[in-house]
Design a protein around this ligand. Structure first.
Ligand code: UDP
Length: 320
């Protein structure tokens, strides 16, 4: 039987690179596509010798051409951190809207099943807790996060339109905060920021009073959930994340303990529209995918710290 072929956009990014590895391990032929604005070729360099792996340096906001058959598409191309949306807001809007449209068109042309990466950000600063898929969200369309949140909301609408109108096989995953090796150190996210600061002996910058909550999922759990969702027959949005919730101040303290750092915590202004709380309701994923996270935070943080420590001072600087 010939191998299935999958296109992974954002393939050189944090999640994309882990997905490339996973699908190669499962015996797929993988085409990774990335414009390398926020992705990093070093994340996939080790895959180049594999004859089942190809890489296209391309911006999916422009017409996407892939020669040959495709069975599946994973659309994971997008800046995904608040600092990135502030730096490249127009590209963020374009990849979620025009990029999604191009990939839906490609999926239709290839008769491929497509899974798009949506986000807990579509719930905005949620008024319902924990967030289940039936909640429609509380999003500020014109705030700094609006470029990401609204692009992802548009992406979901466009995907469902192709599903209904063209009968395209589509899947939507709503990803909650995820962490692990290959996150960018300076993308502004809490975990790489705190680990980088601890490694450099700087104080840890907690925004606001640190009472806002998040629920952090280790990357291997997320990847397994995405794999199951892609192969399932469920075409409505599914939350994936780890429901174990923690305040950001406690999270910073956990990282100080893990790294053995003598650094202190420094409180800084809370960014605009920073959600006060976030926790996924994963009952649906449990039911339709028989999935739940297996890696608890202490294990996941230890693995992530080992990775960053192992980079050495030069790569730590280069990955800034
Ligand atoms: N945060 C923080 N210090 C930092 C970076 C982030 O206190 O150096 C806070 C941020 O304001 C948010 C939480 O940590 O409340 C999680 O931020 P992240 O960017 O990781 O995820 P998101 O806000 O997108 O959920």
């Amino acid at each position: 039987m010939s191998k299935k072929r999958i296109l992974i956009t954002g393939g050189a990014g944090f999640l994309g690179s882990h997905l490339c590895e996973h699908f190669l391990d499962k015996g797929y032929r993988v085409v990774a596509m990335d414009n390398l604005i926020t992705g990093d070729i070093r994340n996939i360099e080790h895959l180049f010798p594999n004859p089942d792996f190809e890489f296209y340096h391309h911006d999916v906001s422009k017409f996407v051409h892939v020669a040959g058959p495709l069975d599946y598409i994973l659309h994971f191309a997008s800046p995904a951190s608040p600092i990135d949306y502030l730096k490249i807001p127009i590209q963020t809007l374009k990849v979620g809207s025009l990029g999604t449209h191009n990939l839906l068109g490609l999926a239709l042309a290839k008769r491929a099943r497509i899974l798009v990466a949506s986000t807990s950000e579509i719930y905005g600063d949620p008024l319902v807790h924990p967030q289940s898929e039936s909640y429609w969200g509380n999003v500020n369309p014109i705030g700094p996060r609006g470029v990401y949140d609204e692009a992802k909301r548009f992406q979901e609408a466009m995907t469902m339109a192709y599903n209904r109108y063209h009968k395209l096989e589509t899947r939507i995953v709503r990803i909650f905060n995820t962490y692990g090796p290959r996150m960018r150190l300076n993308d502004g996210r809490a975990l790489p920021a705190f680990i980088g600061q601890a490694l450099r002996g700087e104080s840890l910058t907690v925004f606001g009073d640190g009472s806002q909550t998040r629920s952090f999922c280790y990357v291997s759990d997320l990847v397994e959930g995405i794999y199951r969702l892609l192969l399932s027959d469920y075409d409505q949005p599914v939350n994936l994340g780890n429901p174990s919730e923690i305040t950001i101040k406690e999270f910073a303290e956990e990282i100080l303990k893990l790294t053995g750092s003598k650094s202190t915590i420094e409180f800084k202004a809370l960014p605009e529209d920073d959600p006060k709380q976030r926790q996924p309701d994963i009952s649906l994923a449990k039911k339709v995918l028989d999935w739940e996270p297996k890696v608890d935070r202490s294990e996941g943080l230890a693995k992530t710290y080992t990775y960053f420590k192992g980079l050495g001072p030069q790569e730590l600087r280069e990955r800034q």
